[in-house]
Design a protein around this ligand. Sequence first.
Ligand code: FES
Length: 68
Amino acid sequence: MLVCHCHRVSDAQVGSVLDAGAARTLRGVAKATHAGTGCGGCLPKLRELCDEAKARRAGPAHGDEIAV
Ligand code: FES
């Protein structure tokens, strides 16, 4: 799904950049993809994607472990 309409950047592209470690912050995503450098309307969604990637890197929250 297109996240940044100004620069035609998808959520998958942003996720790739974050998961590959090419960027870890909103500023890094903007530098890597140009998303968020136009009107700024996508910044809340970009922030959300950054937070989700950060949570993925951190692993499951305490108490969310899956019993095996
Ligand atoms: S929609 Fe991303 S900068 Fe405008």
